[in-house]
Design a protein. Structure first.
Length: 592
């Protein structure tokens, strides 16, 4: 492939730098020189695809219609060359999005067929040198499918396809009464369609709207946060499993994960004024509703307050991230474990954390200086001791962690003032680069807003296993594809098209299969499908077909959380509109 005429500075993308010296908990130490994994381009010499540097386009067009020369997602042509669309306001930068139609009114109605409506897409653009533009486009748009896009039908256990199988339990208007359903969502259900096992109507919210973060499923209970409440429902029949917990002020942050014994931490505001902080922590048992310890998060140094925080769990460690520091607590007792603070001469500020199987820290270094860059480190969750550090080159910003074990990071860099180039890199357990994605494609996982802090794990529609990254493509019209990318060399392993003319997105890998969600259409509900990840065939097999009669509800949320657990599909909104004129739904459970 032709290289650019002007060579980049020594080192290419991601060449490790010597982190500045520092001390204290959470201060990355000087790492050893990284060892290049097989398939990883060397740090010296001209950049290769995936390094984030533009290269000359090939003389012949690629095999896919998408790419830098294809029409943009709104029907407007993109600029020729590898840069794609101009930068639009997106995640990670203030201000808060302003919705047309008045406060709290999300864009689009129930007829707009986008599975994560309102979530800005992380569009990983197809470009010769693996470049992209982060735009504010919706995650997917729809169109007509071709004659070869037939779904794979599966038998159903449903003995009453005429809709007479019983109405779902309605937990009511937020009181959790579990009473009779005033609107039978299963009426008119067709043969082969799943049932709405139960649903919950949303609680009252202010006219400006309210957040409804988090959704946790245990073997007994489905738990959902909304505005000032935390409610729990039996996974089978939807009846309340414990009394709704009412918080004095709005919920402002939650742990995405739960502990090994099914506990989560909920943060709520300290008050209702403009000066209120997101600093009140509460431990909750998901199975019993029992409230455990409480804790108030202290402010950090100047310009490092707890106005906005992020929460992550790694084993028994709760990490609370502020804008420029972090504090770790023992989730069992609420006792403070360590702080992660500014370090080095640059200096470096801990800017974000990602939990799960490992505790990952991203630091922003040398802000506004000649050596502005990001560093990623792995911390010991019990002590805060740094295990390794990798320094990105100048100008690169780590935006998302698609996975923490294995670690897969998405980073961007501004080019020419209003464009961004991208890099997706997989790391070894020891912190060296394992591979960098070099697939020429427009990828479109759905990533939420991160206004005051980086929400590293705020993306849905992406899955990772030990050896493979699964990403959905962006489709301007019609069906999209899921692309499987090797973490060993960053190259494409296989791709599979959505079974219908709607977008298909990964959810998780289990039992040797990729579980994916196919968004609903105007004349059909969504689907849950399974794609074998091994072998030569990856044709989607339908696991569940949701009823057409509730497709408008399934598709009507401004933004969604989805999960597939034990043969049931769970769907909830993550944003309440506060519209008093409609019966807004909060959560639905589908099954056979």
């Amino acid at each position: 492939m032709t290289q650019p005429p002007n060579q980049p500075p020594h080192g290419g993308f991601g060449a490790p730098q010597e982190p500045p010296p520092g001390g204290g908990f959470g201060a990355p130490q000087t790492p050893p020189p990284p060892q290049g994994a097989p398939g990883t381009p060397p740090p010296q010499g001209p950049p290769q695809p995936g390094y984030g540097y533009p290269q000359q386009p090939p003389q012949q067009p690629g095999p896919y219609a998408s790419g830098p020369y294809a029409p943009g997602p709104y029907g407007q042509p993109q600029q020729p060359g590898p840069y794609g669309q101009p930068q639009q306001p997106g995640y990670g930068y203030p201000p808060q999005p302003q919705f047309p139609g008045g406060p709290g009114t999300p864009p689009g109605g129930s007829g707009s067929r986008n599975p994560f409506k309102g979530r800005p897409a992380l569009v990983v653009g197809a470009a010769v040198a693996a470049l992209l533009v982060i735009g504010g486009t919706v995650w997917a748009v729809t169109g007509d499918g071709g004659k070869d896009e037939k779904p794979v039908a599966q038998p159903t256990d449903d003995p009453k396809p005429d809709g007479s199988g019983g109405a779902p339990v309605n937990p009511g208007d937020g009181s959790g009464d579990g009473g009779e359903d005033p609107e039978d969502l299963n009426k008119g259900r067709k043969a082969g369609e799943s049932k709405v096992l139960w649903y919950k109507e949303a609680p009252d919210a202010p006219g400006s709207g309210a957040d409804a973060p988090g959704m946790w499923i245990t073997d007994k209970t489905a738990v959902k946060a909304a505005y000032k409440e935390l409610s729990a429902y039996n996974v089978g029949d939807g009846r309340p499993t414990w009394d709704t917990i009412a918080f004095p002020h709005k919920i402002c942050a939650v742990t995405q994960d739960k502990t090994s014994d099914d506990k989560v931490v909920i943060a709520h505001m300290s008050g209702s004024s403009d000066r209120a902080k997101c600093n009140q922590l509460q431990l909750v048992d998901l199975n019993t509703g029992e409230k455990g310890w409480t804790q108030e998060v202290a402010d950090g140094a100047l310009f490092d307050s707890a106005l906005s925080i992020e929460l992550s769990l790694t084993g028994n460690t709760l990490m609370v991230g502020r804008s420029q520091s972090g504090t770790a607590y023992d989730v069992r007792s609420g006792k403070k474990l360590f702080d992660s603070r500014k370090y080095g001469d640059a200096p470096c500020f801990p800017a974000a954390f990602a939990g799960g199987e490992r505790l990952i820290q991203v630091a922003s270094c040398g802000a506004g200086g000649t050596n502005e860059h990001d560093e990623v480190s792995e911390l010991d969750p019990a002590t805060g001791k740094v295990k390794w550090t990798y320094a990105y080159e100048k100008g690169w910003r780590i935006e998302r962690a698609y996975s923490v074990d294995p670690l897969v990071l998405h980073a961007t860099k501004e080019e020419d003032g209003d464009k961004k180039v991208w890099n997706i890199a997989a790391f070894t357990a020891g912190g060296s680069v394992r591979s960098q994605v070099s697939v020429d494609e427009n990828f479109a996982p759905a990533c939420g807003w991160a206004v005051l802090a980086r929400d590293l794990r705020g993306c849905q529609g992406v899955a990772v296993d030990d050896d493979t990254l699964y990403l959905p493509t962006e489709a301007a019209t019609g069906a999209n594809e899921i692309v499987a990318i090797s973490l060993a060399d960053g190259k494409e392993k296989w791709r599979e098209k959505s079974p219908v003319a709607e977008s298909m997105v990964p959810m998780k890998v289990e039992g040797g299969n990729l579980i994916a969600y196919v968004e609903p259409a105007y004349d059909s509900g969504g689907q849950i499908v399974s794609l074998p990840v091994g072998g030569s065939g990856h044709t989607p097999v339908k696991l569940m077909q949701n009823p057409q009669g509730v497709a408008d509800i399934e598709n009507g949320f401004f933004s969604k959380a989805i999960d597939w657990v034990d043969g049931r599909f769970y769907l909830s909104t993550t944003r309440l509109t506060g519209n008093d004129e409609s019966k807004e739904k909060l959560m639905l459970a589908y099954g056979k």
